[in-house]
Design a protein. Structure first.
Length: 156
């Protein structure tokens, strides 16, 4: 990037997240799962028993895309689809015992990757960064719930 161009916040956030994913994938390649599969397992670890539609919404992917990922994870024995107690159309998603060691490895690799990314960043700056990003996320969640017209009128 030419020196006279300063990256925008959006560019920096996007590029940093991309590089974090890339570095994590480099470290995790030997475990044989794709980033998308890792993401499904990570979300399921925090919300086991969710149904497929709810998980697709959380992951911000199309249900058919998630269905393919779940088919693969089920085939290799990392997740199971269980019947809903009252609705035969819904299948609830659970991790299998085989997934837990992989999740542990994933957490370790994530910690190593984050440590690489934060090398040289003072603890107080790390805390300030997390606070700022958390506030930004909350602001954007709230903004996304309002109609665009309202946002334009209040900032115009």
């Amino acid at each position: 990037m030419p020196q006279n161009l300063h990256p925008t916040l959006g560019f920096l956030l996007h590029d940093t997240a991309r590089l974090l994913r890339k570095r994590f994938e480099q470290r995790a390649r030997h475990l044989g799962l794709t980033r998308s599969q890792w993401q499904v397992l990570a979300y399921l670890a925090t919300c086991e028993g969710i149904h497929q539609g709810g998980l697709a919404e959380l992951l911000d992917v199309e249900p058919i895309t998630l269905a393919r990922l779940l088919d693969k994870l089920e085939a290799i024995g990392l997740i199971e689809r269980c019947p809903h107690p009252t609705d035969r159309r819904i299948r609830l998603l659970h991790l299998t015992e085989a997934a837990h060691p992989l999740l542990g490895a994933m957490r370790t690799l994530g910690e190593i990757t984050r440590a690489e990314a934060l090398d040289g960043v003072a603890p107080a700056d790390r805390e300030a960064l997390v606070r700022a990003l958390t506030t930004m996320k909350s602001n954007l969640i709230a903004a996304c719930e309002r109609p665009v017209e309202e946002q334009s009128a209040s900032h115009g």
